[in-house]
Design a binder for this molecule. Sequence first.
Ligand code: SAM
Length: 289
Amino acid sequence: MADLGNPKNTIEIIQKYQFAFQKKFGQNFLIDTHVLEKIIRAAGVTKDDLVLEIGPGIGTMTQYLAEASRQVIAVEIDSNLIPILKETLADYENVLVINQDILKVDINQLAKEHNGGRPIKVVANLPYYITTPIIMGLFESHVPIDNITVMVQKEVADRMQVGPGSKDYGALSLAVQYYAQPYIVANVPPNCFIPRPNVGSAVIRLTRHEKPPVEVKDEKLMFRLIRASFNQRRKTLQNGLNNSPEVPYTKEQIAAAIDSLGVSPSVRGEALGLEQFAALANYFCDMEK
Ligand code: SAM
């Protein structure tokens, strides 16, 4: 089968099947061989690996993944793409296509069945409308993962990577960095896709920490505090926590917790790093004992 990274071949397939792009599924297909090679390299895919691809589209990246890995499981929601994938992936025996919504797939079960529970790699040019639920779902469900290497909206990649003091810093930065080490591999302009997206894109690799970088007694509580702090970004941390229905502590208890961090009482949540949010959560946990 011809390399779909070549735009001519992609256009031919789209015309042959009269494929109609569906905006609601975030369909922007990659047509740049250099970017495809870069993604596979950054993910460090080897012949030992089971790779989960989310949204194979017409199978462009799937072809590259099939060449580099032991097995690819590709989950695609759009049933109009399934006959196309049959043709474009016909040469590969190590690809399993599943016609499903990725948010409804039991990925733990797939890893168990097809990889003996060993860590898998996730590689994808993600549908941008569900980037965060996909990535947080993978982390929170504790799927055994080596790394997630994905194309996302440039702005989202920046948000995942930054620390306190940046305007892009927020709950997503903290959540991602609790679970993984982010690294932006490349920025990718709209002309590398068909059709062209309205936003810039970036490839980001999230290498799963073996152990989280901070010790938290109650992860869920820490994430509730983080959400409450960033829900009202311009408020002080004290007010953000006071006003949140998710945080059950009194004004005095919150003031004492902030004081225990050794920061100003008027500090804003956006000035706190992961370690400080962990300390705050641990303070409330100990207080309840
Ligand atoms: N991997 C292909 C490529 O790089 O050319 C296509 C990438 S395109 C940005 C996103 C793909 O995800 C589309 O094929 C779309 O149909 C699929 N998709 C969208 N929502 C999905 C979902 N909930 N579950 C599985 N696939 C989904």
